[in-house]
Design a protein around this ligand. Structure first.
Ligand code: SF4
Length: 437
């Protein structure tokens, strides 16, 4: 066996880059994973599953699954995308930037809508950033400088298990030599989560009233009078939280879907960014979304530099249009405005509303995915591929928008293509069908 060091974990947006993986000498088997949390470890070990699918599976008209060849899988996918009037190409958050870029070229040729998982997650954050800008920083700065940390509507103890130990609460950094002893932690969550249980101040906010509490914190930071309670939180606690933040040397607000997808959506984030701006009158402050999929940030970056917008991009008129709420996946699916669905690097079958999933079931559909998932179950064709970050390298962006190159540590099973290889074959075939050089 040999140990591969400095391996990057391709699971969550923390993108931990200090893993060590023990593999057999020929690279065919992963024997052990060190330093990763339990979720990250499972990602590596899942690739070793003995019941893993290695050949494409196609559903016949009676709903029965049959093995098919890779050539047929490429042909079906290319014909479906090239012949559709307006296909939806969704996902992209669990693959490399290199694969995303090839997928976008196919989308442009086919007049597709390209959308990523931000559409049901931090899309509201991206809209707010376009509204008011974003004062942010890197996770390295958080580790070395931040002494006041807010987790708003997120639960890193479970969703990003090493975030607090590597960057935000426990580590000793250059100017934070006392680690968690010198940091104050504020959690805003209607639930008593494990993260909330560790907080110095837990504001157990009434569900959906984030906008009001953010506004009240801005008032308290300015020293103006507050009503007796706001969003279920007594004014003394709000004032205490505001004073705690103002007394710090470096405040960071981390926030998750509990605030991006609750009532007021992007306006909550507008207000959180404005709170960050206000805090900068007193100390240094930054704000950062807790991104879920390990490369959802990269998908926004690649869409941004290729099309000018970070998600929900409609290319059906030959140029990029962006109108979330109109050009976003669920709206299009539920209104019946797309006529084919291609999914790569995500699982809408598990996370979209039933009415949208039913549309994927009804339409010609392809899911490119190493695992069996609810999306593969409702698609017409399931193409198994190599695990990015395990069996093939590639670029991914951490939640603080720092690009990191993921390493290959093991060989994929024989005959299994990478996302990039499959997309390149589809692109070449689409070009033939469309008569493009
Ligand atoms: Fe992987 Fe996230 Fe766990 Fe780090 S915290 S090891 S990136 S799943």
């Amino acid at each position: 066996s040999k140990i591969i060091t400095d391996v990057v974990c391709p699971f969550c947006g923390t993108l931990c880059d200090d893993l060590e993986v023990k593999v057999s000498d020929d690279g065919s088997k992963i024997e052990e994973v060190y330093n990763a949390c339990v979720i990250g470890t499972e990602k590596f070990l899942h690739s070793q599953a003995t019941d893993r699918l290695t050949v494409p599976m196609k559903k016949d008209d009676a709903g029965e699954w049959h093995e098919t060849s890779m050539n047929d899988a490429v042909e079906y996918t290319a014909q479906m995308l090239a012949n559709a009037k307006k296909p939806l190409m969704y996902g992209w958050s669990s693959t490399s930037c290199e694969a995303q870029s090839i997928g976008h070229e196919i989308a442009e040729l086919c007049g597709a809508v390209v959308d990523n998982t931000a559409t049901v997650c931090h899309g509201t954050t991206l809209i707010a950033v376009q509204d008011v800008g974003v004062p942010s920083c890197t996770l390295g700065e958080v580790k070395n400088r931040a002494d006041r940390i807010i987790f708003w509507g997120c639960n890193p103890a479970h969703a990003h298990p090493r975030h607090m130990s590597r960057y935000s609460i426990f580590p000793r950094g250059f100017f934070t030599g006392k680690g968690h002893k010198a940091r104050k932690m504020i959690v805003v969550d209607p639930r008593k989560t494990d993260t909330a249980g560790m907080a110095d101040i837990h504001m157990q906010i009434e569900q959906g009233r984030d906008y009001e509490l953010l506004s009240a914190l801005r008032v308290a930071v300015r020293g103006a009078p507050l009503p007796e309670t706001v969003a279920g939180i007594p004014r003394e606690i709000i004032q205490d939280a505001a004073d705690t933040l103002k007394s710090g040397r470096f405040v960071v607000i981390f926030f998750g879907m509990g605030v991006t997808q609750s009532l007021s959506k992007n306006h909550n984030i507008d207000m959180a960014i404005m709170l960050t701006k206000d805090l900068n009158e007193h100390t240094k402050a930054a704000i950062m979304p807790m991104r879920g999929h390990y490369n959802v940030t990269g998908s926004g970056e690649v869409m941004g530099w290729q099309f000018g917008y970070p998600f929900s991009i409609d290319l059906s008129r030959g140029f990029a249009r962006y109108n979330p709420g109109d050009s976003s996946s669920n709206d299009l699916l539920r209104r019946g405005e797309v006529d084919a669905v291609f999914v790569l690097g995500s699982d809408p079958g598990a996370h979209f509303p039933f009415s949208s999933v039913k549309k994927i079931w009804d339409l010609p559909s392809v899911c490119v995915e190493p695992h069996y998932t609810p999306t593969t179950a409702v698609s017409k064709l399931h193409v198994p591929v190599a695990f990015v970050g395990v069996e093939v390298g590639g670029c991914a962006y951490r939640m603080d928008a720092v690009p990191i190159h993921c390493r290959k540590v093991a060989e994929p099973p024989e005959g299994v293509l990478t996302d990039e290889e499959f997309l390149k074959l589809v692109l070449a075939r689409v070009k033939e069908i469309k008569g493009v050089a």
